[in-house]
Structure formats: structure tokens, C-alpha cells
Design a protein around this ligand. Structure first.
Ligand SMILES: Nc1nc2c(ncn2[C@@H]2O[C@H](COP(=O)(O)OP(=O)(O)OP(=O)(O)O)[C@@H](O)[C@H]2O)c(=O)[nH]1
Ligand SMILES: [Mg+2]
Length: 445
């Protein structure tokens, strides 16, 4: 099916023109079926359905008419051109949603959530967007912003009328409000990092020396025999990728060749790839074999992990250590390595008996999210940036009050904070920002 829709006053006169066979009584929100014709030629175009939704009870808040026809591009093009001839104009990208925002059917964060729903690439990202569509973010931000605006008005009045020092109780009150705003912004920013991981997923590199059970663990995590497993060291020669969802986090999971000091050319190239994979990973799963006594064998892998642990990484790389083959007689003491690498999680596992695999999944999920899943996750990058700006401005305002900075300077920061929060709800946006946001929408949304 294909839907052509119109919004605005013409939406109530179009139905009679396009469906002349139907009685002209078009009740709002009732779907009707009939012969759709081209009013200029009287030629039938399609057997279609139409529905009128009278404003303000429509998506845009204006009168809306929708034509549900067969999905043939020819039919759709015809219907669009008929509407244009009847006096409509083509919608700009996102214009329906923009009108919904301008007519206060949606706040700005909800309008953007529409785009996030359309664009979601992961189930978790979709979940976040749908949640935002309900308006929870504005519900939280709006009262705090209104308090700030009130504080601002008060401060400006003080600047204008008071020559003497500000009474201390005003200071305390203002500071209390600024701190309350900061707590909310902090709470929302805490979950922002998780928003990115849930929207975009994380990369997981499974590394270690040869034969420790990396491929077996990859298969156990996936629940399928994806990677070849043999008792021969050096089985995995190249990186092997698969997607895996753990606690809502989509992982790009990569099994790698064992990292070892080697003179073999092919094996050496595999080791290079393993190190490159390690470099790009958000979460590293280092596997050790508990059943063999020699920790030295793990040295090249440990050194490679150690070197990337010291590098900065945009999401803060996390390390999970799997002490594998825990079903066999334990011969290895991993304590010195744990002390040296300081992994975020240590899990004992048996990839053969499937012991500890659930713990491993838990550890990986927490490692990617940087802890337990937050209740309030802001997934939209623009909102995150606005929250960060609000945070900086609130901090400056609090510091200003503590230092006895003149109120007119402090009020400048409070205004900036209220402005940044208003950019999320849409209460303080200019046309340029709206243009930028809705430009990304597709036409018709
Ligand atoms: N008993 C026991 N054997 C295991 C376990 N995990 C892996 N193995 C065995 O160890 C051998 C090597 O396993 P792989 O998964 O191929 O190890 P790998 O680390 O991928 O090895 P390379 O690809 O050669 O670097 C196989 O014979 C596995 O069956 C485990 O937890 N317990
Ligand atoms: Mg392998």
C-alpha cells in the first residue's frame, strides 16, 4: 500500500473531488473505500480508501486527508499530481512533523523521536526512541526549566532595583534551584553514554593466546558453531565477525587469531589483525586457559591488551577477563595478571560445559553500558549536547554565586542554561535550528 496525505484547509474539499461516487458526508476518522478518479479527466485511477481527520485531532493538528492506494509508484505519482493540480503543494522534508510541533501536538523532543524511530538500527535504539515519543524527556525538563526562568526573572529584577547587596536568603534560594536543575541534568547525562551504546552498539574483541578457547567462547555466547574449534593451536587464522545481542546491547563480536610471538608469515599476519581488532574494540574479552601452568604463554596477548588499556578511547574501553577451561584441573595462578591488567570483570568459564557463560554475558553487557542500565536514557545526540551546555552554564552560575560575582553576570549563565534546556523541549528554538532538525526527515513524515 502507499499513502498520500495532505494537511491544511483543502483536506476537507479534496475527498469529494477524488471520490465523487461516495456520498459527500465524510465523517472524521472513518476509513471509506471507493473509486478514486482524476477530477480533470474523470478517469479511474485506483480502487482506494480515504480518511479525513479533522483538526485539531490529527497528527499535524490541522485537517488531514489520507488516501490509501495500491503501492504502485505510477498510481502514487498520479495521486500526488492530482492533489497538486487541485491546489496542494508538495511537502518539505519533515513538514508534517514540523507542523505538528508548531501546532503543539508534539514537543520538539517528541518530534525528533519520530525521526529516531524511523532511523533506529537496533532494538534497544528503537525502544529508546519510542519511549521518547511518549514525551518523558520534556515532562522532566520542562518544570525545571520553568523554575530557572522564574529565578532568572527574579535575578534580573534584583539587578534593576537593588543597589545594595543581595540578601543572603535570596542567594541560598537561587543556589538551591540551580543545584536542583544540575541534579536533573546530571541524572540525564549519566544515562547519555548508555544511549549511544544502545543506539549504535559496541564492538567486542575476543583475544588471548592460541588454543585458550576463544572460538569456543564465541560459539557459546552465540549459541551456534560459528567459529571453527580444534585442539590444534592456531586454528583461527583470520578475524571472524558475528552480531550478538546481550542485555539489549548489540555487539559486533570478533573472534581473533591467538596472539603469540611467531615467525610464521601467515600466523604473523593473523596476529597483526588481532591487534588491530583490539585497537578498535569498545569491550575486550581476554581469555586465559586455567588448565595450563605457564602464564608466560599469555605474555604477548597480555602485553597487547596492556598497551591498549593505556590508550584513551572515546567510550572508555572495558576489559573482561575469562578464566576458561575451569572444568579441567586448575594449574594457572592468574593473580599477577589480574593485578597488572586490572580487568573490570573477571569470570570463570567453561566453554565446553557451558559454565559461567551467563555470567560472562552479564559482565559484557555491564562493561558495554558502563554499569547497570539507567532508567533515564537520552539517546538523541543533539539532546545530549544541549544537556552538556546546560551543565556547563549551571556550574558557572553556581560558582558565580559562591564567589559573589555580580548578579547580572550570573544571570547570563542562568539564561544560557534555560536556553539550552529549552532547545530540547522546543521552547527556545530559532528557525535555523528547526530547519536543521527537520532537514533530516524524509518527505511525507
Ligand atoms: N575442557 C575444556 N576445553 C576447552 C574449553 N574451551 C575450549 N576448549 C578446547 O580447547 C581447544 C581449543 O579451543 P578453541 O576454541 O579452538 O581455542 P582458540 O583460542 O580459538 O584457539 P586458536 O584459534 O587456535 O587461537 C579445543 O579442543 C576446545 O574444545 C573449556 O572450557 N574446557
Ligand atoms: Mg580460534
Amino acid at each position: 500500500m502507499g499513502i498520500v496525505r495532505t494537511s491544511g484547509p483543502l483536506s476537507t474539499s479534496l475527498p469529494e473531488k477524488l471520490f465523487p461516487d461516495l456520498t459527500p458526508a465524510w465523517n472524521s476518522h472513518h476509513l471509506r473505500q471507493g473509486q478514486l478518479i482524476d477530477p480533470t479527466t474523470r478517469e479511474p485511477v485506483d480502487q482506494a480508501m480515504g480518511v479525513v481527520m479533522l483538526g485539531p485531532h490529527s497528527y499535524t493538528g490541522e485537517h488531514v486527508f489520507e488516501i490509501h492506494c495500491h503501492g504502485s509508484p505510477l498510481v502514487l505519482e498520479r495521486v500526488v499530481s492530482i492533489c497538486l493540480r487541485a491546489g496542494c503543494r508538495a511537502a518539505r522534508p519533515g513538514e508534517f512533523t514540523l507542523r505538528a510541533f508548531l501546532n503543539e501536538r508534539l514537543d520538539l523532543s517528541q518530534a525528533e523521536a519520530v525521526l529516531d524511530v524511523v532511523r533506529a538500527r537496533t532494538n534497544a535504539g528503537l525502544q529508546l526512541a519510542v519511549r521518547q515519543l511518549s514525551g518523558w524527556l520534556t515532562e522532566r525538563i520542562q518544570p525545571v526549566r520553568h523554575e530557572l526562568v522564574g529565578t532568572l526573572a527574579h535575578m534580573e529584577a534584583m539587578v534593576d532595583f537593588v543597589e545594595d547587596d543581595i540578601p543572603p536568603e535570596t542567594d541560598a534560594h537561587t543556589r538551591g534551584q540551580l543545584e536542583a536543575a544540575m541534579r536533573l541534568v546530571d541524572l540525564l547525562l549519566d544515562g547519555a553514554e548508555q544511549g549511544i551504546v544502545l543506539r549504535e552498539g559496541a564492538t567486542l574483541a575476543i583475544v588471548g593466546s592460541p588454543n585458550v578457547g576463544k572460538s569456543s567462547i564465541m560459539n557459546a555466547l552465540l549459541g551456534m558453531e560459528r567459529s571453527i574449534v580444534t585442539p590444534i593451536a592456531g586454528t583461527t587464522r583470520d578475524t571472524i565477525e558475528e552480531t550478538l545481542e546481550v542485555r539489549g546491547v548489540p555487539f559486533r563480536t570478533i573472534d581473533t587469531a591467538g596472539i603469540t610471538a611467531t615467525h610464521d608469515v601467515v600466523e604473523g599476519l593473523g596476529v597483526e589483525r588481532s591487534k588491530k581488532t583490539l585497537d578498535d574494540a569498545d569491550v575486550v574479552l581476554l581469555v586465559l586457559d586455567l588448565s595450563r601452568p605457564l602464564l608466560d604463554l599469555d605474555e604477548p596477548a597480555a602485553a597487547a591488551v596492556e598497551s591498549i588499556r593505556n590508550q584513551t578511547h572515546e567510550r572508555g574501553r572495558r576489559l573482561v577477563l575469562a578464566l576458561n577451561k575451569a572444568d579441567l584441573k586448575e594449574q594457572l595462578d592468574p593473580t599477577p595478571l589480574i593485578a597488572r591488567l586490572q580487568p573490570d570483570f573477571v569470570v570463570r568459564s567453561s566453554a565446553v560445559e557451558l559454565d559461567g557463560i551467563a555470567d560472562l554475558r552479564n559482565a559484557l553487557g555491564q562493561a558495554a553500558l558502563g554499569g547497570e542500565r539507567h532508567d533515564f536514557v537520552v539517546g538523541n545526540v543533539r539532546h545530549q549536547a544541549a544537556l552538556r551546555r546546560a551543565r556547563t552554564a549551571l556550574e558557572a552560575a553556581c560558582a558565580g554565586i559562591a564567589d559573589g560575582t555580580p548578579l547580572d553576570l550570573v544571570s547570563f549563565d542562568v539564561r544560557a542554561a534555560a536556553g539550552a534546556l529549552g532547545e530540547i523541549t522546543g521552547e527556545s528554538v530559532d528557525d535555523e535550528l528547526l530547519d536543521r532538525i527537520f532537514r533530516d526527515f524524509c518527505i511525507g513524515k
